[in-house]
Design a protein around this ligand. Structure first.
Ligand code: GDP
Length: 379
């Protein structure tokens, strides 16, 4: 383990503002499993550029230092890194997909990190390799509040068979989600067969995480009778199980009652996955009671959906969604960053606000302006 003062191993050669230099959970350069390439590349010696082959071989052999650096490359917004990252992804792709991807959401304080600590350790004890990732679009502002605190997953973060990666600081949600998807694939190529993706319960990030996982778990707390308060129906319809956490001590009976109430409510909602009835569970992430049952349910889900073909169909649909998402992102940027559009947009906005142009006419003008400047033959 390195000391806090040393430079993080996952800062790229050309560190830019896109990189968060805070000390990362996954920092364990010099791990016994590190290869000579990774040792040479990490730590006190000046970091040297890794070749594509070194990245590929390092990731495939499960070298954690190189895995960290590969993820950093994938997260980078620098054009040179993006090109290299794409080559790397292309090489790693045949080794991806062989994992179970589980999304975990819930409001801050629901106990997601504590649950991941409990579940992750259980899975590692059973011989799985577990990677924990986070999607938190607000991390640019908060500097990675989500999972920024190592102590919340103290035991798990020290295990050689677990890998914990905080949310990338990527700005907009679309960018963060894209990076997290690729990070997930890199982890799969490195042999992690369980991927836990944590998200904060903040609206759109749930939709983004749902679109990258097989199973989605909503962590809740027992309320004071009014179980549905503050929980949007939409979120319950995205998940495959709701879990009432902190079912221990004085809270145990109340949590069991809440679980029953959620089970009743779920019967009236649209299930997220074809052929699967969304379950209501209860557990204590502190005592561990009910945690093995969560994994049993996920196992049942995987067996059932693999048999029915729903599992594979969802993955294919997710890949296409990802493709379209990237195309949309490209077109959006191409449009709004176009010099002519940037020039005429304020005037057209004014026109709409003052009632001079109808919204349809304004959209038409903008599109015409864009098309004039970017004929099909261009680019
Ligand atoms: P997160 O913000 O959703 O990741 O929540 P944390 O995992 O940080 O947990 C918030 C607080 O709830 C911490 O003080 C935990 O110790 C506590 N907590 C989490 N799970 C449980 C549980 O199962 N039982 C009890 N009693 N406390 C819990």
């Amino acid at each position: 383990m390195k000391t806090e003062k040393q430079k993080s191993e996952w800062i790229p050669e050309v560190a830019s503002e896109d990189f968060d230099s805070r000390s990362g959970i996954e920092e364990n350069g010099g791990h016994p499993g590190s290869s000579p390439a990774s040792r040479a590349a990490s730590g006190i010696v000046k970091r040297r550029h890794l070749s594509l082959d070194e990245y590929v071989n390092g990731v495939l052999s499960g070298d954690r230092t190189i895995l960290s650096r590969a993820i950093t490359l994938v997260e980078s917004n620098a054009p040179a890194h993006i090109a290299e990252a794409q080559k790397l992804m292309q090489r790693l792709l045949p080794f991806t997909g062989r994992s179970i991807r589980v999304g975990i959401t819930g409001v801050p304080g629901a106990g997601k990190s504590t649950l991941i600590e409990a579940l992750g350790n259980l899975l590692c004890d059973r011989g799985h390799k577990t990677a924990v990732l986070a999607v938190d679009p607000s991390s640019t502002v908060t500097r990675g509040s989500i999972m920024g605190d190592k102590t919340r997953m103290e035991k798990l973060s020290g295990r050689p068979d677990a890998f914990i990666r905080p949310s990338p600081s990527g700005g907009v949600l679309g960018g963060v989600a894209r990076k997290s998807r690729e990070t997930m694939l890199v982890c799969e190529a490195a042999g992690y067969d369980i991927i836990l993706v944590e998200t904060m319960g903040v609206g759109q990030s749930e939709v983004a995480v749902r679109s990258m996982v097989d199973f989605f778990l909503l962590v809740l707390l027992a309320g004071a009778g009014d179980e549905l308060q503050g929980i949007k129906k939409g979120i319950m319809e995205l998940c495959d199980a709701v879990l009432v956490n902190k079912a221990d001590g004085e809270n145990k009976a109340r949590s069991q009652a809440a679980r029953m109430e959620f089970a009743r409510i779920l019967r009236y909602l649209q299930p997220a996955t074809e052929g699967w009835n969304t379950r209501a569970l209860a557990c204590s992430s502190i005592t561990g009671e009910g945690v093995p049952q969560i994994w049993e349910i996920i196992g049942d889900f995987v067996t059932l959906t693999q048999k029915s073909g729903v599992f594979e169909r969802r993955r294919t649909a997710q890949s296409m969604e990802w493709v379209y998402g990237m195309v949309k992102e490209y077109l959006h940027n191409s449009f709004f960053n176009h010099p002519r559009i940037m020039k005429v947009l304020p005037g057209i906005e004014q026109g709409v606000m003052s009632g001079k142009f109808s919204p349809t006419a304004a959209a038409d003008m903008l599109i015409k302006e864009y098309k004039v400047q970017t004929p099909d033959s261009e680019d």
